[in-house]
Design a protein around this ligand. Structure first.
Ligand SMILES: [Zn+2]
Length: 103
């Protein structure tokens, strides 16, 4: 599974096989012993740049590796921006609530 980009995100017995792609963030669980991690990754996250390369890390050429690193950084910045937007929305809502309570 690791060669197909997944790492464990299990939190207990109920999701013991939960795994997440390091690049696209797709989480999958309920793995069957016959499942092919590459095929599962492809079928659930066809746009993932790692899936599109279709190579395990050791087989990546330098430009491919660098494109993966670049995509990782872009995705990480997007995740941080989304968290910041949620935080701003929460604070905006809190300010609106406080202001409407003063009337
Ligand atoms: Zn992925």
């Amino acid at each position: 599974m690791a060669e197909a980009g997944f790492y464990s995100v299990a939190t207990g017995v109920e999701d013991a096989d939960a795994a997440k792609c390091f690049l696209c963030g797709k989480e999958l669980d309920g793995w069957e012993s016959s499942d092919d991690p590459w095929e599962e990754h492809k079928s659930h996250a066809a746009r993932c740049a790692f899936v599109q390369l279709g190579k395990k890390e050791d087989d990546l050429l330098l430009p491919e590796y660098l494109s993966i690193v670049k995509q990782y950084m872009i995705n990480d910045i997007k995740r941080m921006a989304d968290l910041a937007k949620e935080d701003i929305s929460d604070k905006e809502e809190e300010v609106r609530r406080r202001c409407s309570g003063r009337k």
